[in-house]
Design a protein around this ligand. Sequence first.
Ligand SMILES: Nc1ncnc2c1ncn2[C@@H]1O[C@H](COP(=O)(O)OS(=O)(=O)O)[C@@H](OP(=O)(O)O)[C@H]1O
Ligand SMILES: Nc1ncnc2c1ncn2[C@@H]1O[C@H](COP(=O)(O)OP(=O)(O)O)[C@@H](O)[C@H]1O
Length: 206
Amino acid sequence: MTEIRATNITWHSGHVSRTEREALLGQKGMTIWFTGLSGSGKSTLAFTLEHALLGRGRLAYVLDGDNIRHGLNKNLGFSAADREENIRRIGEVARLYADTGVIAITSFISPYRADRDRVRQLHREVGLPFVEVLVDVPIAVCESRDPKGLYRKAREALAAGHGLGFTGIDDPYEAPEAPEIVLRNDILTPQEATAQVLRYLDVDAA
Ligand SMILES: Nc1ncnc2c1ncn2[C@@H]1O[C@H](COP(=O)(O)OS(=O)(=O)O)[C@@H](OP(=O)(O)O)[C@H]1O
Ligand SMILES: Nc1ncnc2c1ncn2[C@@H]1O[C@H](COP(=O)(O)OP(=O)(O)O)[C@@H](O)[C@H]1O
């Protein structure tokens, strides 16, 4: 739990409600949270879903791990503490987006169950839907994809006796126990996986 350090701060409510913003946009704000191993297809699916939603008149926006680590979270690495802070910040940002009425889509490994559950709780507290999507792909398949060559580096480092702390190789990944959606993104195409999410959201998947 991250404590509030500042003193003398007061919450200030605005004059416009979420309901009014949602009515303006003609949609409900929510967060769709992709989690899974590196190479499982989180970014591909997040951007495919964003595009599909836009095409159906829904405003969505992707917060992607690699991209956010170039800016907002550029001061964070991959220690357990830094990954926790990464997810805490993104959880807060996603909630802000969802509160505007936008469909926030996040694609982070988010390896720790407790960190994801805190984000779920953050959304529950303010009545915003949180849709956890496990991008379920065996590590052997992720490793064979290895588009950035990071698994190879991680294996080489391990063999050389100085592990990189790479998720799934020498760092943990805790899969969700009860995600809203599981996508077998090794046997589905990105389009099929996206259609599965659209059906869950009750948005025209055809
Ligand atoms: N040690 C280690 N472990 C895992 N991943 C690593 C590591 N070092 C760099 N990368 C690259 O960073 C991307 C994961 O960033 P995330 O912000 O999603 O990670 S986390 O949620 O904080 O665990 C991840 O990108 P994706 O492949 O998109 O998942 C990797 O490209
Ligand atoms: N359904 C799929 N079938 C086959 N390959 C896929 C599928 N989805 C994504 N990929 C490929 O897998 C690799 C990793 O995808 P990416 O979206 O970068 O994953 P992540 O963001 O989880 O690291 C990419 O080369 C991508 O083209």
